[in-house]
Design a protein around this ligand. Structure first.
Ligand code: GMT
Length: 387
């Protein structure tokens, strides 16, 4: 039975982070299915790109009245959500990240009425960092308990949410996903020649250079590897730790072996240059970048933090070690580099796993099921459509 298209509002952080990427890509997929998607945010989501049929953008304008020491973005967002829900007759408001988005959705629902169903997706730091803050904890718990459905991007995040916030309600698992039309192995040989000669292996790290990413460990792993075989390290992205990392590279005498690529849009082309991706994070509810690498046939060597073990199968699509064990991670990288057959097996396993377990159509279907469920409508069975 063909299900009726829905009107879906989506709020996310439009300008940064994996949560914004997942929310925007999901919106695009839903629009392709014929649903009407309304993004409600302070700016156009950076991944939205050119014109898309069925996608609309509603900008939140913040009232900067002179009595306000801090302009109240959250209140303006809640009001805008309610206005769009009423004007567009939204069926579902899907918010990504608990603070402030789930809280604003709760307020919007008070204004609109119970016919507006709220779905909240937890992405990681909204729980693992912010829910530890006593000034936010009760608010986050309220927003989660009052949502019509809650999803989280890994089993580990579901467990942490329950533990940290003492929550007993159902939480659906909705893994991050990749679009196989965008993420597949690219011929990056000529690009790679700009950074490494054919005899050198390429290690890559991509992140927002925040302390939880442990970029210092990336350097340590690389240093141990390059003492054993010719290698280069490509660092992609930027963030608060970058200046410290640049100094450390000088101190370690690695300037000639490390290249900074800054922020990049064409991530599939960039990742395809790598032989291994490094992700030694301290916290990582899922690790979208490791999935992007996997879809390009690149194995990840990283930590066992958070949801990474649900994504990277140790020994099959990469190797994992305890947080901070850079010696073990370097050994794992060398194991891959010294065994061409293992590297090829891992490449194939990565492609297979990315296109079956984490395919965009599969996860999109899962979100749609959740929408129809909260609306009390009949739900089609999910068919395995990927891989
Ligand atoms: O990794 C970050 O610091 C950005 C952060 C975000 O809020 O966008 O990413 C979180 O959400 C991503 C999408 O669900 C996950 O893939 C990341 O693992 C998660 N980051 C952390 O848990 C630190």
């Amino acid at each position: 039975m063909k299900q009726q298209p829905l009107k879906i509002g989506i709020t996310c952080y439009p300008s940064l982070g994996g949560s914004g990427v997942v929310a925007t890509e999901l919106g695009k997929l839903l629009a392709e299915q014929g649903h009407q998607v309304h993004f409600i945010a302070h700016s156009i989501p950076f991944r939205l790109g050119s014109f898309h049929k069925n996608i609309f953008y509603h900008e939140v304008e913040v009232n900067d009245y002179y009595v306000f020491r801090y302009p109240p973005y959250d209140l303006s967002l809640a009001t805008k959500m309610a206005q769009v829900a009423n004007m567009q007759q939204l069926d579902v408001l899907h918010v990504h990240y608990a603070v402030p988005h789930a809280v604003c959705a709760f307020l919007a629902k008070q204004m609109v009425g119970d016919q507006l169903k709220v779905v909240t997706t937890l992405h990681g730091t909204d729980i693992t960092v912010l829910a530890q803050d006593e000034s936010l904890k009760d608010l986050i718990r309220l927003a989660i308990n009052e949502s019509d459905a809650v999803t989280a991007v890994s089993e580990d995040l579901i467990r942490e949410t329950r533990e940290l916030l003492d929550i007993t309600r159902d939480i659906d698992l909705t893994y991050n996903f990749v679009d196989p039309r965008v993420y597949y192995p690219r011929h990056s040989e000529s690009l790679r020649r700009d950074y490494a000669n054919p005899a050198e292996k390429v290690l890559m790290h991509i992140s927002n250079f925040r302390p939880v990413k442990r970029v210092g460990d990336v350097l340590d792993i690389f240093d141990r590897v390059q003492r054993n075989m010719p290698a280069k390290l490509l660092l992609v992205g930027e963030g608060p730790e970058l200046p410290k990392i640049q100094c450390r590279i000088k101190e370690m005498g690695l300037e000639d072996k490390v290249h900074f690529l800054g922020k990049q849009d064409e991530i599939a082309h960039v990742i395809s240059m790598a032989d291994v991706l490094l992700l030694p994070s301290e916290k990582e509810s899922f690790g979208l970048v490791a999935l992007e690498a996997m879809a390009c046939g690149v194995p990840t060597v990283g930590s066992t933090a958070g949801g990474i073990p649900e994504l990277v199968t140790h020994g099959e699509t990469g190797f994992l070690a305890p947080i901070g064990d850079t010696a073990a991670m370097a050994e794992h990288v060398l194991t891959i580099f010294k065994d061409a057959e293992l590297a090829e097996r891992m490449r194939k396993a990565c492609l297979q796993r990315a296109t079956t377990m984490f395919c965009n159509e599969l996860i999109r279907g899962k979100y749609e099921q959740i929408y129809y469920r909260v609306l009390g409508r009949e739900v089609n069975e999910l068919k395995p459509i990927c891989g």
